[in-house]
Design a protein around this ligand. Sequence first.
Ligand code: 5RP
Length: 223
Amino acid sequence: MKKRPAAEKAVDDYVRDGMTIGLGTGNAANMAIDRIAELVDEGYDLKFVATSLQTASYAQMHGLEISDIDQVDHIDVTIDGADEVDPDLNMIKGLGGALLREKIVASLTEKEIIVVDGFKVTDVLGKKVPLPVEVCRFAHSKTASALSSLGCEPLLRTNGDGKAFVSDGGNYIYDCRFKSISDPVALESAIDVIPGVVECGLFIGMAYAVEAYCEESDSVKEL
Ligand code: 5RP
């Protein structure tokens, strides 16, 4: 199965009339939004919250109205992508820069559904991608030094123009290259206690189901 059919399947399998839906960030999430917009055209009555400003404007272009997250009492289903997924469905997210809002939305969501390229499925997290960590701009290089003491090489994320990337929350992101992350729970705890860290891109125990697709063949890798 390829990316778009996988995103559409995630929507068709989990989105039901009357639900409040979290809209993820990135390509896979946008493809899910395309399908959700079709369901709304067919008459589904849905509420939406967005995980990024980028997603909010994409959804609004499709005529979907985004609710204030503080005004919704629950989120039934969120459909999002990920950057790496392990066999326990733990994930690295945030290469798209939206990890803070994605994590808040995931934490409030009953069923977090992840659509990923099978290439992103790994036995141990951190082998293929760096771990994004969102940090307060104040004293960010000191926070980066503390992160490096955990055994990684933190690199300040920049835009094409060389200036630091600023997240929707107004923070910087350090992409932290570990050799591998054998104990994601312990690492998340160690990162979270560093003053200056806003959030890290480890999503532990948050995914309800993963729809993995393979662009090269028609086989679906089931997790
Ligand atoms: C954004 C994310 C994305 O979900 C992740 O980067 C995957 O994106 P894509 O579906 O474009 O591959 O975590 O912060």
